[in-house]
Ligand binder design. Structure first.
Ligand code: NAI
Length: 286
């Protein structure tokens, strides 16, 4: 039987989540997607109208099929956590069962089990502010959407993950080196995500024989990255200074994720895998 993957954090065809879905689909996996509630409508409409058809093409010429798209807001674990104003917000009221717990329940109801869980989402409302100017609210919101969201997803999905399964998240080197401009507590959120990768690898490995890894990806011109405001500079910096002087394609990260999720990586857990043209290994730019 082919593997089944749930990928949280796809709302267009530009980000890492989409590329990971494609690489997993090319390797024969069935694809389920979790899409942020406010972005759901436009994503589903675009999918239906064929707007993504060109980017759905797989290496064998067929089109990637997405079996089901689930609305998801990963900052809420269960309905009791959702504030009144969000619940009655027009964009949210049109969908239902989008808290993490409910999405896991729906996937269980629809498909029983999954093999692969991918977390490809992040949000920091104050990302453009230096850490020194970040509010408590902004910092905690970054951690909630970008780090705890992963703990919550794994917590709720692991009971329906088949033993031997794998889980992957996306991180950024700003967790361990100074990247001016990656503010609002987002650097802190990525540091938490990487540390949690180790602890979760232990707990998920011992309890469920599930592997947990994270990919530290180089810069990509995604929707989220464009919102930060310095992505073109980071891409130029990498092309100039990395050991491999080429632009990083989302597909390269997708392929690394497919490897990590596959039996080829059966002894790899608790690691940060750099997929960044080697930039992380440089001490100074030359
Ligand atoms: P993206 O915009 O394609 O993906 C981010 C997704 O998160 C979006 O689909 C957005 O709708 C979703 N999202 C935001 N808040 C959410 C919530 N509360 N619940 C559910 N979904 C929510 O952008 P990208 O860049 O591909 O991001 C994917 C991951 O890759 C993120 O973790 C990001 O930090 C990481 N990454 C990105 C890099 C880049 O240069 N683009 C570099 C290194 C890591």
């Amino acid at each position: 039987r082919g593997k089944r993957a749930f990928i949280a954090g796809i709302a267009d065809d530009n980000g890492y989540g989409w590329a990971i879905a494609k690489s997993l689909a090319a390797a024969g996996a069935e694809i389920l997607v979790g899409t942020w509630v406010p972005a759901l409508n436009i994503f589903e409409t675009s999918l239906r109208r064929g707007k993504f058809d060109e980017s759905r093409v797989l290496p064998d010429g067929s089109l990637m099929e997405i079996t089901k798209v689930y609305p998801l807001d990963a900052v809420y674990d269960c309905p009791e956590d959702v504030p009144e104003d969000v619940m009655s917000n027009k964009r949210y009221a049109g969908s239902s069962k989008w808290t993490v717990k409910e999405v896991a329940e729906s996937v269980k109801e629809d498909f029983g089990t999954i093999d692969i869980l991918v977390h490809s989402l992040a949000n920091g409302p104050e990302v453009s502010k230096p850490l020194l100017e970040t509010s408590r609210y902004g910092y905690l919101a970054a951690i909630s959407a970008s780090s705890y969201s992963y703990v919550s997803l794994l917590q709720h999905f692991i009971p329906i993950m088949n033993p031997g399964g794998a889980s992957i998240s996306l991180t950024y080197i700003a967790s361990e080196r100074i990247i001016p401009g990656y503010g609002g507590g987002m650097s802190s959120a990525k540091a938490a995500l990487e540390s949690d990768t180790k602890v979760l690898a232990f707990e998920a490995g011992r309890k469920h024989r599930v592997r947990v890894n994270t990919i530290s990806a180089g810069p990509l011109r995604s929707r989220a990255a464009k919102a930060i405001g310095f992505i073109d500079m980071m891409i130029d910096y990498s092309s100039e200074n990395a050991p491999l002087q080429k632009e990083l394609s989302a597909e390269e990260v997708g392929n690394a994720a497919a490897f990590l999720a596959s039996p080829l990586a059966s002894a790899i857990t608790g690691t940060v895998l750099y997929v960044d043209n080697g930039l992380n290994a440089m001490g100074v730019g030359v």
